[in-house]
Design a protein around this ligand. Structure first.
Ligand code: FMN
Length: 198
């Protein structure tokens, strides 16, 4: 089994990164011999989408200018890493009720017409099928079902549909919640990890 671990928090003691690492450890224990590739989006940030990229992805490979080729290469790399993985562990800190801009940039390079999704006779069709995804989500507050703050959660309700759109439908959401709440913080990470099934 090959695991891709995406990190998108810049903090050295990040809960989402620690939860992601612990999920990877659980997977390695359950599937000895598995391999892991880690992409830290804060150490190697992807560029925001620029005109040269947008023109490049709608130009056939052989007709791309050197600048378009170079812009599209980031997307090709991101896509090939996901294609190579059987399992994705995606860490995400909550920033202003949603995901970080570094994770959004990764998605902008991953969701690509004709490559990771296409519009067929029956509407949109995701092409990255047969993979399992664990979302390791960290938030200062509590947003899980039943919380009065649930309506402010634009992290899981965004990530799940956009991943499903490209075929990643088998998604387990794991939350480290209340990292800014003194009564919840000490047990938040262990509680999240205990809920993970591999
Ligand atoms: C710029 C910024 C914005 C944040 N926005 C929110 C928010 O909207 N809701 C929330 O519950 N926590 C918010 N937090 C708290 C983080 O979600 C919390 O610290 C979380 O643990 C970050 O993930 P990490 O530990 O993986 O870095 C914010 C933190 C920062 C630095």
């Amino acid at each position: 089994m090959h695991i891709l671990h995406i990190i998108s928090s810049p903090r050295s003691n990040s809960y989402s990164a620690r939860l992601g690492h612990q999920i990877v450890e659980k997977l390695l224990a359950a599937h000895p011999g598995s391999t892991v590739h880690e992409r830290d989006l804060t150490v190697h940030p992807l560029p925001h989408l620029e005109e040269v990229f947008v023109r490049g992805i709608f130009t056939p490979d052989e007709a791309r200018t050197p600048e378009q080729k170079s812009a599209v290469q980031h997307s090709d790399e991101v896509i090939s890493e996901v294609l190579a993985a059987d399992v994705l562990v995606i860490g995400s800190p909550m920033y202003n009720f949603s995901i970080s801009s570094s994770l959004k940039a990764w998605l902008d390079h991953l969701v690509r017409a004709g490559v990771t999704f296409l519009y067929g006779a029956n509407g949109p069709q995701g092409l990255l099928t047969g993979k399992k995804v664990y979302l390791a989500l960290a938030s200062g507050g509590v947003y899980s079902e039943g919380s009065p703050m649930a309506a402010y959660d634009f992290m899981a309700p965004y990530l799940k549909p956009v991943l499903a759109f490209i075929g990643l439908t088998d998604v387990e959401v794991v939350r480290v919640e209340g990292t800014s709440i003194p009564e919840l913080e000490p047990t938040a990470l262990d509680k999240a990890l205990a809920s993970v099934e591999v």
